[in-house]
Design a binder for this molecule. Structure first.
Ligand code: GUN
Ligand code: ZN
Length: 447
């Protein structure tokens, strides 16, 4: 088995494929990637000839080095029910499959499950994860502690609900104040921890379960802490009907969050499938970010988001697994669901083929675009000098239809294999700041 560097500094020889911040691609069939002692990329380039080559190098060929995937939207307590409950509408599915799990996600469950979850994310190639926990302060704290120990880059938030809550203990009059206080305590403890590797997201679940006051107060706290603010929007017909009933004075669903002062560059809106033209324009104007969750949108029959039109309007988007609304942890699987969705929209005449994303566009969406959605494009999302070394090594032979086939040389073809034939074992290593993450099995193992 090829040895792997467990921490910086180190140099790797491998194929390198990465989006670049200037819009281009770094595509080296035989490349060199050097990481300095602080875990930053010193150089990512063609393998140098002659004396310039480093004296000591880990040779990972034919593995492909890529930036780690950014999962903009997932739910830690829901993971055990991934793949269960398809065919139910969102609100029924939440009641039957999700709220019981979240209610049970206490500190001891989180201490057991969160380390396993972060290993599973790393094994799927995700090095940055944006997650909801449950309503509980102590299990959210345990999830942060697990992320701190594991090494993954994480944004986490305690779910807030002051309507239809599954907290059966709390007095109704105390819900709002308690939820705000606990969220603020967690933000004070964790936002910016480990030099910014961990961040806090104020997390009102969605307008169905939150009063206008909770939305407004949580947005105020997020702004005060410089933290993120995340919620769901416009996912499912039943949910949208409820929001219209609960907020009759609002112009539309987005207006509920807008009126709360919650829309800005630190806002992450999940799903956003059925936005009107006005809502699309307003999301773009406020610079709010959208987590596109196509695998979940298909699994729960929520709908098909018009990604091409949203991108053409200038919306900032990234990808989310939305476990357990989405059945799979891998952002590569999410790309495939997204690509299939776009094809169906084309075939039904709802989208035009020229707007369709190419495989490399999907890889960019799952990496650098996700980082940009978090305001981290200068830090992670691409393999460029000065960025922190958040990256993965993929064995592309796992995506071949026949064993031992040589992987395609052209970047577009390699990307196409990764998007349309992702394999659960193809990610062999993952690093954050040059530190090897537990989860992926290491190189080797193919025939
Ligand atoms: N809307 C409100 N809560 C949830 C959730 O947990 N999952 C999904 N997919 N949608 C939601
Ligand atoms: Zn969700």
């Amino acid at each position: 088995m090829t040895p792997l560097p467990s921490g910086p500094p180190f140099a790797l020889r491998a194929r390198i494929l990465s989006p670049m911040a200037d819009g281009g691609w770094l595509d080296e069939l035989d490349g060199l990637l050097e990481v300095d002692a602080a875990g930053r990329i010193l150089r990512a380039a063609a393998w140098p000839s002659g004396a310039e080559a480093p004296a000591s190098v880990f040779d990972l060929r034919p593995h492909v080095l890529m930036p780690g995937m950014v999962d903009l939207h997932t739910h830690l307590p829901q993971i055990p029910n991934a793949g269960l409950g398809s065919g139910l509408d969102l609100l029924t599915w939440l009641d039957r499959y999700i709220f019981p799990l979240e209610r049970a996600y206490d500190r001891s469950v989180a201490e057991h499950q969160a380390p396993l979850a972060f290993r599973a994310f790393a094994a799927a190639g995700t090095t940055t994860v944006v997650a909801y926990s449950a309503l509980w302060e102590d299990s959210t704290d345990a999830a942060f502690a697990a992320a701190e120990a594991h090494g993954i880059r994480a944004v986490i938030g305690k779910v807030m609900m002051d309507r239809l809550t599954y907290d059966t203990e709390i007095e109704p009059g105390e819900i709002l104040e308690t939820s705000l206080r606990q969220s603020e305590e967690l933000a004070s403890r964790w936002h910016g921890a480990d030099a910014g590797r961990l961040s806090y997201a104020f997390t009102p679940r969605f307008a169905v379960t939150c009063s206008a006051e909770m939305l407004r107060e949580s947005a105020t706290l997020a702004a005060r802490h410089g933290a993120y603010w995340q919620t769901h929007i416009s996912e499912d017909a039943g949910e949208m009907g409820e929001v219209a009933r609960l907020f009759p004075q609002a112009r539309d669903y987005l207006d509920v969050y807008d009126t709360a002062g919650a829309l800005g560059a630190r806002t992450i809106l999940a799903h956003a499938i059925h936005l009107s033209a006005r809502e699309v324009a307003r999301v773009v104007e406020t610079e709010a970010r959208v987590a596109h969750c196509p695998a979940s949108n298909l699994f729960l029959s929520s709908g098909m988001m018009p990604l091409g039109a949203y991108r053409a309007a200038g919306m900032e988007l990234g990808l989310g697994s939305d476990l357990a609304g989405g059945p799979e942890i891998s952002i590569f699987s999410v790309m495939r669901a997204g690509a299939v969705t776009q094809r169906v929209l084309e075939l039904t005449g709802t989208a035009v083929r020229t707007d369709a994303l190419r495989p490399l566009d999907w890889i960019r969406l799952g990496t650098l675009d996700g980082a940009r959605a978090l305001g981290l494009e200068g830090t992670v999302g691409s393999l460029e000098a000065g960025r922190e070394a958040d990256m993965i090594a993929i064995d592309p032979r796992f995506t071949s239809p026949l064993p031992n086939d040589d992987p395609p040389e052209a970047a577009e073809d390699l990307a196409s294999r990764l998007v349309f034939r992702p394999h659960p074992n193809m990610v062999r290593a993952a690093w954050v700041r040059g530190r090897l993450l537990a989860g992926p099995p290491g190189p080797g193992g193919i025939g």
